[in-house]
Design a binder for this molecule. Structure first.
Ligand SMILES: [Cu+2]
Length: 226
């Protein structure tokens, strides 16, 4: 497992092979991603790129995705989706949200009342989309639009499972985390036939923000006891 290229400085990445449990089995790959503190990275995503996979994106049916708004957070906080995906942004809070993105890969805004089911947004350009809310400054979320049907999002243990990995020497595995920012589409690694690999990234997950309502209630309680 060799690091081909990575961002210097902030997010140097060390990719190490955990164990080659079996000979190359094109099809699936399990990746365990940990952060600078050794904790699993829940916000990490991974995807496999190749020219053949990029063509397949256009051949497949249009997929659908979802970014929930709950407790004044975007859930999931970060996720990879395939180019061509239509994403719904349901508002499951009792307050209004005004979701927007100024990112190059997609610029849009949605004014959402409580419980409102808005029109889906179609993401047709690969890249990083940073989501914000015009009403709640602490709300921030990320979509990584990828040009491949082979991608996965980390679970709570920082484990990403990729299915349909092609047995193609030209294919590259890339790992991304929101802290890498908009300018960096991730790390490139050579796959030497391993089906289980571990990645250590020099970043940490951002803790979920405390909803403003909760913060205000806590402040009121404190005032009463002061
Ligand atoms: Cu909001």
């Amino acid at each position: 497992m060799t690091l081909v290229s990575g961002r210097r400085g902030l997010a140097a990445v060390v990719m190490t092979t955990v164990i080659a449990l079996q000979p190359l089995r094109a099809g699936n790959l399990t990746l365990s991603v940990t952060g600078a503190d050794g904790e699993p990275l829940r916000d990490a995503v991974a995807y496999v790129e190749s020219s053949e996979l990029s063509v397949r994106v256009d051949d497949d049916a249009r997929p659908e995705g979802e970014v929930d708004q709950r407790n004044q957070q975007f859930l999931p906080h970060a996720q990879a989706i395939r180019r061509g995906t239509s994403v719904r942004f349901p508002n499951n809070d009792q307050v209004r949200h005004h979701v927007f993105s100024f990112s190059e890969a997609k610029t849009f805004e949605l004014r959402l009342f409580a419980d409102e089911a808005p029109r889906p947004i179609h993401f047709d350009t690969a890249g990083v989309v940073v989501l914000g809310c015009n009403i709640h400054d602490h709300m921030i979320g990320y979509l990584l639009i990828v040009d491949t049907p082979v991608f996965g999002n980390a679970d709570d243990d920082g484990v990403i499972r990729l299915d349909g990995v092609p047995d193609d020497p030209e294919a590259t595995l890339r790992v991304w985390h929101p802290e890498l920012g908009e300018d960096d589409m991730g790390m490139t690694v050579d796959m030497n036939g391993d089906t289980r690999v571990a990645a250590s990234m020099n970043v940490t997950d951002t803790p979920p923000p405390e909803p403003r309502g909760l913060r205000d209630r806590r402040r009121n309680l404190q005032d009463r006891f002061d």
